[in-house]
Design a protein around this ligand. Structure first.
Ligand code: IVH
Length: 668
């Protein structure tokens, strides 16, 4: 019996990894996402029932869930050097001359894209991924293996057989632009500061403690260099081709060049073509292909003499700043936008550029009528980086940031320590009201998909809805009178609204749009307090009892409920039958047995994943925290619990529970 389950787990793992490879490496999936999810669910279920068969290369590892409190420093076996940089073709010709001096004229170059992300070294032993380490200072890096395993294009186990027994492969972890845009869109909705660019986003993600979040962020990885005691190939190009065969996603668009002129052609091609890529590059890397010639050329203290990076200049143009307008976002934040005389930049016509906030305007001292420099760097939205003061008009005057909302006229506020100005008129300022409703009906919130932003604007502009609760008061007759609203779409809309009344409480809590409350926090709050009234009545101290809720979030919750119009909105939702408490089914799995207790979870468990254990603590009213302090009630210790933690718990006299003791605690 158990042998056959073991076999089933192995077969499923193999199948899932094959589909993973087809989807993430080859970009040619053969099954639907739904079918894929079903396979993975089945594997996770089997592994939960038989944790003894979980292997370190199981595709279930890619879902994450393990927490890394501190990333271990690891010494690199091969120092992780950087590359010499140049921005000029002249210097590149000098590089070519230096190469020729050492190895003569019989050589070839390999040109590759220079990915703009975070360098990573992956070590494989007998075809299995054993370690992933960041660059760090080049000597030592951070062990981020748990997080790297969630990146679907990084093979946990290699294909074929002819790879070296032990080797390291290096590459770049990056965040595709689309993922970056999506994350920022979500952050904007809950009024979190936006991530600056995909590179920072990738670096930040890779160092997150919770690998489950890393898994959701869809990082990707290109590999571009092999290291081993005995490499089976004589040159870089063949090594990378082989790596591709073993299942790696390798340097895309790699090309051989027989001389420096071909290199220039490659550079020129990609200086424009880069705008069409799905990820960011900041230049081109040129490498001498033959390993023997690489050895002859050797290294300087910092970088190899056989390779160089040609960096693209940030694409920059100058144009006239015609006017500055101020946009009000859905959270009320005000963004100054420069309206420019249209100009061609990085393949697109730019008419507008963000000026970010009042500080930036002040620092740049930009004035209407100025000739400004506009750049497109790592950021997606072009930005103004300077003013050509030689062209400034005598009578220009300093830009004064607006004091009142351009949409509703209310006086703006600026929260201490924040760069942005806000319009505080949350319930009366049109873009904010419409934005709130768009968030409310969103897919991850109330999921009323027949209510798009255009329809919301239409309903708002005609006075049919003024807030999210009004959506439930829409009448068929009123809707039929609207433009572009036929019987069928009206029925559809009303059915969608009706169905949303079944959306579980935690999503409703997310939907109402309390600042700083994202999906995860909403879930935690819902399970801790069980219904909206308890959340409303909770004071700051009680809110801080919930895991991961800090001062800012707690304050934002009390502020929300202190506003009477919000209470009115909640009451209206209640009257319409929207879920404002956990369902019976959710309650069965929840209790408040652990209320007031805080737990530290450490080590590996056999009946729970660490994430599930934390969820169970929260569902039963407890708080799960990261580090042991005098306030910790219990430590739940699994296998391989860190010795430091054990020592600390003992020193502070904190009781240590086994997994089974914990289960008894909630069963009683
Ligand atoms: S080869 C000995 N190839 O650029 C150097 N590096 O500025 C081996 N990078 O640290 C690196 N794309 O993080 C190489 N196709 C590529 C690359 C690349 C991006 C990064 C890498 C390196 C940095 C140097």
């Amino acid at each position: 019996m158990s042998e056959s389950i073991k076999h089933k787990i192995e077969e499923l793992s193999k199948k899932i990894e094959e589909h993973n490879y087809r989807y993430y490496v080859e970009a040619q999936p053969v099954i639907s996402d739904y079918e894929f999810d079903k396979l993975l669910e089945e594997l996770i279920r089997l592994e939960k029932e038989h944790p003894e068969y979980i292997k370190p290369d199981s595709p279930s590892q890619r879902v994450g869930g393990q927490i890394t409190k501190e990333f271990k420093a690891v010494k690199h076996k091969y120092p992780m050097l950087s590359l010499g940089n140049t921005y000029s073709e002249e210097e590149l010709s000098d590089f070519d001359e230096r190469v020729k001096k050492v190895i003569g004229t019989d050589y070839e170059y390999v040109c590759e894209l220079k990915y703009d992300g975070v360098a990573i070294g992956l070590t494989y032993k007998y075809g299995m991924l054993v370690q992933a380490v960041t660059r760090g200072d080049g000597e030592k890096g951070d062990d981020v293996t748990t997080n790297a395993k969630t990146i679907k294009s990084i093979p946990l186990k290699l294909r074929g057989h002819d790879y070296p027994e032990e080797f390291e492969i290096r590459g770049e972890i990056f965040m595709p632009r689309k993922v970056f845009d999506e994350i920022n869109k979500e952050r904007e909705e809950i009024a979190e500061p936006l991530l600056a660019n995909p590179r920072n986003a990738a670096a930040g993600t890779l160092k997150m403690q919770d690998s489950a979040i890393v898994a959701k962020r869809n990082l990707d990885c290109f590999l571009y260099a092999m290291y081993a005691e005995h490499l089976p190939y004589k040159n870089h190009f063949d090594s990378i081709k082989a790596a591709k065969k073993w299942g790696f996603k390798t340097s895309e668009f790699m090309e051989k060049s027989s001389d420096i002129h071909e290199v220039f052609n490659y550079i020129n091609k990609w200086d424009t073509a880069r705008n069409n890529l799905k990820f960011d590059i900041d230049g081109v890397v040129i490498k001498v292909n033959s390993y023997e010639q690489q050895r002859n050329l050797g290294f300087t203290a910092k970088s190899p003499r056989w390779a160089i990076a040609y960096k693209f200049k940030a694409q920059r143009v100058s144009t006239l700043l015609e006017s500055i307008s101020y946009q009000v976002g859905r959270t009320g934040s005000i963004t100054p936008v420069a309206n420019l005389k249209p100009v061609l930049l990085a393949g697109t016509t730019v008419k507008r550029a963000s000026l970010h906030n009042a500080d930036i305007i002040e620092k740049l001292d930009v004035r209407i009528g100025d000739t400004v420099f506009v750049e497109k760097g790592g950021e997606i939205i072009p930005k103004i980086v300077g003013v050509d003061k030689t062209k400034r008009h005598e009578h220009s005057h300093k830009e004064h940031f607006i004091t009142h909302c351009p949409e509703c006229g209310v006086k703006l506020i600026r929260i201490e320590d924040e760069a942005n100005h806000y319009c505080p008129n949350e319930s009366g300022c049109p873009p904010q009201v419409k934005g709130k409703m768009e968030h409310f009906v969103g897919r991850r919130a109330m999921d009323i998909d027949s209510l798009g932003s255009e329809t919301i604007a239409q309903l708002y502009d005609t006075g049919l809805i003024k807030n999210s609760a009004d959506i439930y008061e829409l009448k068929k007759d009123d809707l039929l009178k609207l433009e572009r609203m036929a019987e069928k779409s009206v029925n559809n809309l009303l059915a969608g609204i009706e169905a949303s009344k079944k959306i579980p409480f935690e999503r409703v809590l997310y939907a109402v749009g309390i600042r700083h409350i994202g999906e995860t926090t909403a879930k935690k709050l819902a399970y801790y307090f069980k219904n909206i009234d308890s959340i409303k009545n909770a004071n700051l101290e009680q809110l801080l009892e919930v895991g991961d809720i800090g001062e800012t979030t707690a304050k934002s919750i009390t502020d929300y409920f202190a506003e009477s119009k919000n209470s009115v909105l909640i009451e209206k939702l209640r009257q319409h039958g929207v879920q404002l408490e956990l369902s019976q089914e959710q309650l069965v799995n929840a209790s408040d047995k652990l209320k007031g207790l805080s737990f530290v979870v450490s080590g590996v468990f056999s009946k729970f994943s660490r994430d599930d254990l934390k969820k169970t603590i929260e569902q039963n009213g407890g708080k799960s925290v990261g580090s042991i302090s005098g306030k910790t009630s219990y430590v739940i210790a699994g296998e391989n619990m860190g010795p430091e933690k054990l020592k600390k718990a003992e020193k502070l006299g904190i009781p240590i529970l086994t997994e089974d003791e914990f289960i008894k605690m909630i069963e009683n």
